[in-house]
Design a binder for this molecule. Sequence first.
Ligand SMILES: Cc1cc2nc3c(=O)[nH]c(=O)nc-3n(C[C@H](O)[C@H](O)[C@H](O)COP(=O)(O)OP(=O)(O)OC[C@H]3O[C@@H](n4cnc5c(N)ncnc54)[C@H](O)[C@@H]3O)c2cc1C
Ligand SMILES: Cc1cc2nc3c(=O)[nH]c(=O)nc-3n(C[C@H](O)[C@H](O)[C@H](O)COP(=O)(O)O)c2cc1C
Ligand code: SF4
Length: 642
Amino acid sequence: MRHLFRPIDLGSVTLRNRIVFPPMTTGYEEKGMVTPRSRTFYRNIARGGAGLVIIGDVSVQPSFAPTPFVHDDTFVPGLRQLVDQVHAEGARIAAQLFHQEYDTADIGRVMQAEGREAARQQLHRDMEDYCNRLTADDIAAILDRFRGAARRVRAAGFDLIQVHGDRLVGMFTSGLLNKRTDQYGGPLRNRARFALEVVRAIRETVPDVPIEYKLSIIRTDPPMGKAGPTLEEAQVLAGWLEEAGVVSFHVALADHGSIGDTIPAMGTQPYGCFADLAEGITRVAHVPVTAVGRILDPGFAEGLLESGKADLVGIGRGLIAEPGWPRGVERGNVDDLRMCIMCNHCASSLMSNQPLRCAINATVGEPEPVTIAPAAARRRILVIGGGPAGMEAAHIAARRGHEVMLVERESRLGGQLPLCSAPPYKHEISRLTQFLTNQVARRNVEVRLGAKTPVSDLLDEIRPDAVVVATGASPVRLPVPGSDRANVVTAWDVLAGSAAVGPRAAIVGGGAVGVETALLLAPRGIQITIVEMLEKIAAGESPTILPFIHAQLKRYGVRVLTQHRLASVEADGLSAAAPDGTTLAIQCDTVVMATGTWRNPTFGDEIGARGLECHVVGDCTDGSPGTLAGAIHDGFKAGMSV
Ligand SMILES: Cc1cc2nc3c(=O)[nH]c(=O)nc-3n(C[C@H](O)[C@H](O)[C@H](O)COP(=O)(O)OP(=O)(O)OC[C@H]3O[C@@H](n4cnc5c(N)ncnc54)[C@H](O)[C@@H]3O)c2cc1C
Ligand SMILES: Cc1cc2nc3c(=O)[nH]c(=O)nc-3n(C[C@H](O)[C@H](O)[C@H](O)COP(=O)(O)O)c2cc1C
Ligand code: SF4
């Protein structure tokens, strides 16, 4: 890793390496104020070895967004503490200054007077044309806000300012959104005016603080993103920005299109998905350029630098899941790194107004640092079930010094994980399987596979001090007439590769598992109909992946029949009932049931009879969300508690 760990200068600021934590809103701030959660999060990223930590969406005006504010001096002491903690870990820190592309005061007024829906509609209108309505006085006031914010950011001790070239600034530069006819609209020179004024305003206010610009670029073929220039325009804009004093660029896809394009989920875009844009800027720029977007593999990151496509790499979700990525890679300790699976649970938590959490790392978002410290006394721990919940509990307990035995009734570890990662676009989940199985082996957990021994015998034999029950769930077959026919299989059997499927298949249940099974089978040329009783399929899927799923279903000609309930299975297909009582016959060779799960037994009686400490975790828990996040977080908690 010759290039990754070489220091680099951004203007007057030297970074210890080329690894950047890009701007990521966390939702940890309260009314714009830094909280212990914010400090712990960024300190962990810095401690993990990143060279530069960028604080995302630092707002220059009051806002209802869950981001840090800097429109008033009261925010400075909190930011100062954050900066000091990051500096103490040897990293540099930048504030990404931004102005919303909507009128926060006006939306607040609409919310009070007309309610949430009216405010939402106003927000959507603003996001299309706010930049077009601003008067010269409005623009002057906004520039003043950037000046004030820059002064405060400097007072808080930040090393750099990043101008967010998306959002309002991006709208101005965009040929798609900017419809102005004055000196701020029309040709690129005019559309660039506001961005350049922002940069100059900051430069004049704090000449000693280097300025980076986030160049958010739109694609034209196929169209992606709206709030930014095209690559050709960005190459020209970059020159003007350099003249205005910008010392580095951070290049990504522009927003205002689909969030799934700017934060691509697993399997939906290639690794290094915006690296071509960064390369386009590197070719013309005279200052360092950061590439960001699905960069995770250390060799891949090194290759980007070695090939000269970029000077630095931004690793966002990769460092959320594993803040220790830089140090681990530098020490060659990659097996111990929790590699992000790009599930976008983090983005979804923010979109549902919750603070950022990571599906596969339960410590992310905790207010105080979590240390996996040795237990007070070594105990014998029995873990029943080798899915993600059981494996997480087992390796964490073993790291704390316990003697751990993990029993799994199947001949392999993983539980549902291999099913999760079976559809081609979900293959990245296998990184989690790999991490957990590695950890179980490296922490000397004793694993017993194919364990069919009754639990009471196991308890007598092992005599544990505590038990973790992680037996997961099993698929359900709807009890309709004909559901026991030979042409009925479960989605689990299909995903595991243990059930044959004929040339025409009907999948009953259009939840995530049904849809994923369809997308495993359809590319093989199997004609698929999904039968779903609700109005929509894939309900509950992240908005960052839904457009991809719908596009894939369309691409492979999957037929979707909603508001139909399975009534019966026949030898040559099934019949489904509509809400009005009419039935529809669907001819097919195989009926695939993707109709949910039941919790597996948790052996409360056997364990309770012995008065043993017991932790029930993951899918077998009453009321479990049935997600990887639920399994990993429960497992971690149990591993830390035993
Ligand atoms: C097709 C599919 C796709 C999915 N995709 C996603 C996704 O994208 N995102 C997401 O968040 N979640 C997803 N899930 C859900 C996720 O996989 C589960 O929530 C998670 O695996 C639950 O983990 P667990 O360890 O609690 O249970 P499991 O994974 O079910 O593991 C339980 C283990 O216990 C073993 N076991 C059971 N009884 C005994 C016993 N008596 N003795 C010994 N061993 C026993 C089982 O054999 C199994 O290995 C998906 C599930 C499926 C089926
Ligand atoms: C939870 C989350 C929050 C984000 N917040 C911001 C933000 O505040 N400002 C910004 O410019 N980009 C934001 N982004 C985009 C990231 O900076 C980055 O471009 C994107 O995640 C792709 O990089 P990655 O694949 O390494 O995660 C956010 C992304 C995520 C997942
Ligand atoms: S929640 Fe998923 S995408 Fe986000 S950091 Fe964690 S593993 Fe990666």
